[in-house]
Design a protein around this ligand. Structure first.
Ligand code: ZN
Length: 170
């Protein structure tokens, strides 16, 4: 793994954002350094979540903080989402797609089963913003972006911004 301090948030259309990330099997100091770097980058960017592929590391983990309070920092490794309930639309942005915010329909509540940085099992239930962050970040681990989930009007509305990201010299 590269020196974590050299890692930066990568942007669409970087192909690493489309990869399926690999399970984490070593819960060591390297993993903890990686998570710490991800939390720093998330905070600097004023985001509520950041997945490892967003810094070019194709491993199944993400960090999140729905409130901005340091005590609410959380790292979830090898997450699996199930027991989804309800459905609601809310606005989502993505640190890897600057300038784009779109309406996304997702289940309102879900369970997440994962591991912490020590490899210990974690099982949580959440709803609203927390459940939405879990789903958005878990999507990243499967190469799925909000662009894949937005509706037709957002598809039209974001066309120019996406084209500029795809071809920045034009
Ligand atoms: Zn994102």
């Amino acid at each position: 793994m590269p020196d974590p301090t050299s890692l930066r948030i990568i942007h669409y259309p970087d192909s690493r954002l489309r990869a399926r990330s690999a399970p984490v099997d070593r819960f060591n100091a390297e993993l903890r350094d990686l998570a710490a770097r991800m939390l720093t980058l998330m905070r600097e960017s004023k985001g509520v979540g950041l997945a490892a592929p967003q810094i070019g590391v194709l491993l199944r983990l993400f960090v999140m903080n729905p409130t901005g309070q340091p005590s609410d920092d959380r790292v979830l490794v090898n997450p699996v989402i199930d027991e989804m309930e309800g459905s609601a639309v809310a606005t989502e942005g993505c640190l890897s797609i600057p300038g784009v915010s779109v309406q996304i329909r997702r289940p309102v509540a879900c369970r997440i089963v994962a591991q912490d940085l020590a490899g210990e099992p974690v099982e949580l239930r959440g709803r609203d913003l927390v459940a939405r962050i879990w789903q958005h970040e878990t999507d990243h681990l499967n190469g799925v972006l909000i662009l894949d989930r937005m509706g037709p009007s957002d598809r039209v509305a974001t066309r120019k911004v996406l084209r500029a990201l795809e071809d920045p010299v034009r």
